[in-house]
Each structure stands twice: as structure tokens, then as C-alpha cells.
Design a protein around this ligand. Structure first.
Ligand SMILES: Cc1cc2nc3c(=O)[nH]c(=O)nc-3n(C[C@H](O)[C@H](O)[C@H](O)COP(=O)(O)OP(=O)(O)OC[C@H]3O[C@@H](n4cnc5c(N)ncnc54)[C@H](O)[C@@H]3O)c2cc1C
Length: 492
């Protein structure tokens, strides 16, 4: 008889886990508290505009392809295209940098627009690529907490490059030493926010995130980001995975240090394996009575949250692209406010994602769907209504000034989300998006393992555990769990 597995949560990490469990022969069920699959990767229509509600930057699409062809049949209708401009950067003094991807092109633009030495940029991008390739087999696609996984042929290469990672300096220190123009350092610093961290504290190692966007380039899926969720959902179902929506798991059941299943209201569901895709902190707090979990890990500073305005704009802006950043003039202060004071800066860095630049059906012919996001502190009970209204004013002032248009008068549809809503919708600890921040030199070692040391049969997937934040890493968490399961259940 096949073993039974329950996955708590149908986020990307949960669905990737379910696909891998089914592939290993487990009878797999996914219980999701919301009404639809995808977790934060979901989509909504407001009037005649469609919005992806969460992620917008898509890298490493091969990881999704791998899941869609895991059983040998390639699910070919998952399509995506590479964007030619990785991001459009706007600075307050009028400087604008439309950054492409590919080392040569990036070096050329940074030389032309910001006066950087081309060869220096090329050497730096090459170092990031080599760092990324060195840590990938040891850290990103393996469990740091299982000697048998990270002790592979890659370990010697990874160790030999340790002096090159920038482990002892902050990203900002590395980037300022590298580039002569502070604007270039600011562009590279921004990648710390891809896992909700502060570039003035996060180790220089995190610069490897830039490799994916600047050396390789970002992609956009046909149909928007939600198409990733929809395809993983269909794939899981086609492999026999059963999904149950609006079914919040209330407790993880165990006996004699071994998993027995889960409880949903008064119903007990038996399982040999439980994978929690729920925020790991809340898994302990809300589902695991009597287990506190590893306190050193769980008490680390949390990653940032976000305020997002979804604006249907009744005009086209040819000067904007799919990804656009309007930088703060006080970048360091913005992070200080966010992480130390749990406040918003009056001069926020604004990110605008416009999928309708590529996906024409996402907005009416005369307009564009603006996903306007500002990184925000976690929910500590602030008055979000007041903060959001003030932020909205600051955003409108800044955008109207730089784009030379009265933006408010162009908004014909408006919705929003904030840290408190994010906490309610996806149960992330205090609305943090990526679990622990990486704001310490040892942050990589302060993420929860993908398995429990206390309960046999309990595993953890998603962005709040190893290897970290973002869709590719959530997918990798499931890959690591598969390796653990093979060993723990002698599944060759
Ligand atoms: C505004 C925003 C912008 C982002 N931008 C990017 C980006 O550009 N690129 C990128 O790669 N990533 C981005 N992210 C992060 C991205 O959303 C995550 O990396 C990704 O969605 C993976 O999430 P996950 O697997 O951890 O699961 P989640 O999406 O957190 O899903 C967890 C699921 O578990 C469910 N659940 C929780 N508790 C229970 C319970 N007790 N019972 C049953 N179900 C439960 C929740 O309802 C949820 O559906 C962004 C996130 C946000 C919010």
C-alpha cells in the first residue's frame, strides 16, 4: 500500500512538493485555507484590468519546466519570454538607466550612462556568475543541514571560492568598493530586497541574486505570473494529487516523535508524511502544540513586507517598461526606517510592474495595469490606513514630478494590499514575505532546515525555510525535501 502524504498550503513550495511526492509514489493531498491554488502567486481582475497580486519578477523558468515534465511528459503549453530590458531605473536628479541583461550589454550601458569601467563591470558580473554556480549544488539545491547532501563534488569548488563571496562585508560595502558611481552601487544593492533584506547589513554574498537578472535576464510567463500557479496545479492534479480548498489545517498530529497526520476542525486525516508550506514560525506556533522549534532560528529578524497599490491607469507611458524602479534619494535611511523603526520613508523607492506592456489583454487598449509596490516594515500593529494614505500621497508626488503627469487623475481603478492584509491572507509571520531576513553575516545558517529534527515525517517547504526567498528557491526547497524523503524512506 502506498504511503500517505499531506501538504499544508498550495503555495508554489507546496505544489512543487506535492508534485515531487506524487512522483515518489505517495498518495498526496493538499489542504489550502484559501479558495484557490498558488498562495501569493495569484491574480485578480479589477474592472477591465488584470493584476498579478504578488510576484512579478520571474527567473530560472527551467525549474518550473522541470516540474512540468517530471513524469516524462512535457507540459508544453507553459510559455514564457525573456524581457529585453531587465529594469528601468529612475533617479531623482533625472538620470535614467534602462538596464538590459547579458554581461556585455550591461557593462556597455553602465559605462555609457554611469561612467563605469566596462572591464571592471564584466569582471564583477563574471565573479557573480562563478559564485552562483559554486554555491548552487552545495547550498541552493541541497540541504545545508544534511551532510550527505552538501558533501558532493561541488563542495571543493564552493570552499575554494569562500574569499570571493564577500561574507564579511555588507552588500553595500562590496558594491561601493566595486563601482565609482554610487548610483551603480544602489542598483546592485537593490537585489537585497529580493529576499526582503537590507543591503547595508546583508552580506556581500547576496550579490549573487543579481547574476540571475543581469547575466541571464528576467522572463515573463504567457498569461502572467499566475500561469506558474495554474500549470503546477494542473500538473499536480494530473499526477493524482487531491486538492482541498478552504480547508485550514488546525493541528499537526504526532505520537512517539512520529507524524500521524493532521487535524482539520474535528476531522483527523492520517498521513505518514506532512509537509508544511505554511510560514514555519506559524507552523510551530499554531499547529505544533508542545513544540517550540529551534528558537535561535525562529527569533531572527524578519524580512520586509510590502504595500502594493493596484492602479488601472487610463493612459499609456511609452517611457516605462515591464519593470521600473524610482529610487529614493535616501536609500540607506529607507532601510533604517523599515527595519529599525518599523516605519515608512517619506521618500520611498517605488517599483512599478506593468505586465500589459507584454500581455496586452491585461489592460484596456488605452491604458496600463500598474502594480505599484513599496517595501514596508512587518506588521507590528501600526495604523496601516494612515501610513498607506501618506505613502499614496508621497508616491503620487514623486511619480507626477518625474513623469511630468498628474498621475492621480489617471487612476480609474484602485485596490491595495498592506502588511496586515498579507498576514491575514497567507499567514506569514507579521506579514513578512520571506520569513527571516538575511540581515546578518550568518543568515544562511539561520534558516530553518527542510525537515524536522524532532518529528519523523515532518518537512518544510517554501520561502520561510532553507534555501530562502523567491519562487526559484521555494521550488528548490521541494527538491531538497525529495532528496530527504528518498533517504528517510529508503526510496532509492
Ligand atoms: C507583493 C509581493 C511581491 C513578491 N515579488 C516576488 C517576485 O517578484 N519574485 C519572486 O520570486 N517572489 C516574489 N515574492 C515572493 C513569492 O510570493 C514567494 O516566493 C512564492 O510565492 C513562494 O511562496 P511559498 O511557497 O512560500 O508559499 P505562499 O505563497 O506563502 O503560500 C503558502 C500557502 O499556505 C496556505 N496556508 C497557510 N497556513 C495554512 C493552514 N493552516 N492550512 C492550510 N493552508 C495554509 C496559505 O493560504 C498559502 O496559500 C513576492 C511576494 C509578495 C507578497
Amino acid at each position: 500500500m502506498s504511503k500517505k502524504a499531506v501538504v499544508i498550503g498550495a503555495g508554489i513550495g507546496g505544489m512543487a512538493s506535492a508534485i515531487r511526492l506524487a512522483h515518489l509514489g505517495f498518495e498526496t493531498s493538499v489542504y489550502e485555507s484559501n479558495a484557490e491554488p498558488g498562495g501569493k502567486v495569484n491574480s485578480k481582475h479589477f474592472g477591465s484590468y488584470r493584476f498579478d497580486m504578488g510576484p512579478s519578477v520571474f527567473t530560472e523558468p527551467h525549474l518550473v519546466d522541470e516540474l512540468l515534465s517530471i513524469n516524462g511528459v512535457s507540459n508544453c503549453d507553459f510559455e514564457y519570454q525573456k524581457l529585453s530590458i531587465s529594469c528601468n531605473y529612475f533617479f531623482d536628479d533625472g538620470t535614467r538607466v534602462a538596464l538590459p541583461h547579458g554581461p556585455e550589454k550591461v557593462a556597455e550601458v553602465l559605462h555609457k550612462d554611469l561612467g563605469e569601467d566596462k572591464n571592471k563591470v564584466l569582471r564583477f558580473l563574471n565573479k557573480l556568475r562563478r559564485n552562483y554556480e559554486a554555491v548552487y549544488p552545495v547550498f541552493i539545491s541541497a540541504s545545508l543541514h544534511r551532510f550527505t547532501q552538501w558533501m558532493n563534488v561541488g563542495i571543493f569548488r564552493a570552499i575554494s571560492r569562500i574569499p570571493k563571496y564577500g561574507l564579511l562585508r555588507s552588500m553595500d560595502a562590496v558594491n561601493r568598493a566595486q563601482f565609482k558611481n554610487p548610483k551603480t552601487a544602489q542598483i546592485f544593492n537593490r537585489f537585497a530586497t529580493y529576499n526582503g533584506s537590507n543591503p547595508y547589513e546583508a552580506p556581500g554574498m547576496l550579490n549573487i541574486i543579481a547574476h540571475l537578472e543581469l547575466n541571464i535576464g528576467p522572463y515573463i510567463p504567457k498569461g502572467g505570473m499566475v500561469s506558474i500557479s495554474n500549470h503546477l496545479f494542473e500538473q499536480a492534479k494530473s499526477m493524482g494529487v487531491k486538492f482541498y480548498f478552504k480547508q485550514a489545517v488546525n493541528e499537526i498530529l504526532h505520537n512517539n516523535k512520529r507524524i500521524e497526520g493532521v487535524r482539520i476542525a474535528n476531522q483527523k486525516i492520517d498521513a505518514d508524511v506532512v509537509i508544511s508550506n505554511m510560514d514555519v514560525h506559524n507552523t510551530y506556533k499554531k499547529l505544533l502544540n508542545g513544540f517550540d522549534g529551534p528558537q535561535k532560528i525562529l527569533s531572527q529578524e524578519k524580512s520586509s513586507s510590502a504595500i502594493v497599490f493596484y492602479w488601472g491607469i487610463k493612459k499609456k507611458f511609452p517611457g516605462l517598461d515591464v519593470h521600473n524602479i524610482f529610487f529614493s534619494n535616501e536609500y540607506e535611511n529607507e532601510f533604517q526606517k523599515m527595519f529599525k523603526e518599523h516605519e515608512l520613508s517619506d521618500d520611498p523607492t517605488i517599483y512599478i510592474h506593468i505586465s500589459s506592456k507584454v500581455e496586452k489583454q491585461d489592460a484596456p487598449e488605452y491604458g496600463e495595469n500598474w502594480f505599484v509596490m513599496v517595501n514596508a516594515p512587518i506588521n507590528k500593529g501600526q495604523d496601516w490606513e494612515i501610513m498607506r494614505k501618506q505613502l499614496r500621497q508621497n508616491i503620487l508626488l514623486k511619480l507626477s514630478r518625474i513623469l511630468k503627469e498628474d498621475i492621480e487623475s489617471l487612476i480609474e481603478i484602485e485596490e491595495y494590499t498592506d502588511p496586515s492584509r498579507l498576514e491575514q491572507m497567507y499567514t506569514g509571520m507579521h506579514g513578512s514575505i520571506y520569513g527571516n531576513s538575511s540581515n546578518s553575516k550568518m543568515s544562511a545558517f539561520y534558516r530553518h532546515p527542510n525537515f524536522s529534527n524532532q518529528l519523523k515525517g515532518l518537512y518544510f517547504s517554501g520561502v520561510t525555510v532553507h534555501p530562502g526567498g523567491g519562487i526559484p528557491l521555494a521550488i528548490n526547497s521541494a527538491k531538497i525535501i525529495e532528496k530527504c524523503l528518498k533517504r528517510d524512506f529508503n526510496l532509492v
